[in-house]
Design a protein around this ligand. Sequence first.
Ligand code: ADE
Length: 283
Amino acid sequence: MWCRTAISSNFCSMYKAKTPRSGPRHESQSGGAGALALPGANENPKERTIMMENEKKTVGVMGAMPEEIRLLHQRMTDRGEETAAGVTFYTGVLAGRRAVLCCAGMGKVNAACGAQLLIAKFGADALIFSGIAGNMTDKIGVGDVVIGKTLLYHDAERRMIAESWPHLQEFQGDPAMIAAAEAACGEAGVKYLVGKIATGDDFVGDSATKNAIAAKCAPDCVEMEGAAVAHVAAKYEVPCVVLRAMSDNADEKAYDTLVDKPFDISEYCATAARICEGLICRL
Ligand code: ADE
């Protein structure tokens, strides 16, 4: 399994302290991942094995909110950036991992394009998507988080789509990444549930549409990108996890809730960035 070791937050800080300041593959002096120096790594063979394995991983992080990506970018070392398909990708080292960050835009196509570039162009071998969503359950409320166990399209002909590889009508979050996300949410003091995320290209802001989606697939929340990211990840057999903070209740007040700010997105961005970093250091 990609993430087979339960690594404590102690490990996270230990790893951070020992992370070499050499960077991702764009750095000419590193000579590639296998040549990175691992200071102190031979003190403990088990630790060395974990660290060497970590060096091979590149985490792709997609944020719905530029502010969250900006905060994560500030926390990176060995920073580089490159633009592809109109999206800026920020490379570097974050929480002891090579990471590539981007804000790919709203909707399924923008998300799929961003996810594919992260994997195929930037070498991501794990994907995290972090954003906001409309709440569809009374188990949680605005400000709480859904971690995607199952992701599906609510606005698509799923059987026909599943005729192509990977022949799935719904997609699964990676169990180890979900566990890491749960631990990171717990550490950040954020209430969460592990549940079902439904994706479509419309913002859901009326009860009739909300009820129709609930009747169709009973999701815990609705948003506009998650299943597309999970779909691309499944095509490439790359593990992924989608995190969504509830910004509204997907009803008539949804848009105003976003604009009038009972849910303060920029305030949540700091929490989202903390959760994301906490997740990465557990992988
Ligand atoms: N993202 C945040 N709230 C949403 C909603 N109500 N519908 C779709 N995407 C969302």
